[in-house]
Design a protein around this ligand. Sequence first.
Ligand code: CO
Length: 134
Amino acid sequence: MIGRLNHVAIAVPDLEAAAAQYRGALGATVGAPQAEPDHGVTVVFIDLPNTKIELLQPLGEASPILGFLEKNPSGGIHHLCYEVDDILAARDHLRASGARILGNGEPKPGAHGKPVLFLHPKDFNGCLVELEQA
Ligand code: CO
């Protein structure tokens, strides 16, 4: 069911510094910061030949990554995003298999304007999984 790895997301305490490091030290193609108030994050995408890296910085008091950065003050891998062809079919299949969908279970537009859902990390080996309809 899952397809390509769309991106690996890294929560960072300082988005500007992290973007500069990827641009400079790692020589990557780094996009412009993008505020996503619906998700409580500001993101920067880094294009790699085979996937993307999503740098995440908290946006607002209710940001879902504030707790993560409290536990991991220097940052850390936050989630993996897999592509699916049909996000509602994927959600229903996962629910039937016993996996928990975060939030109200309805897809929201993600960073690329495409519908996304998140799956409970406890159901996936401690790894938060994002699904994005490709
Ligand atoms: Co993501």
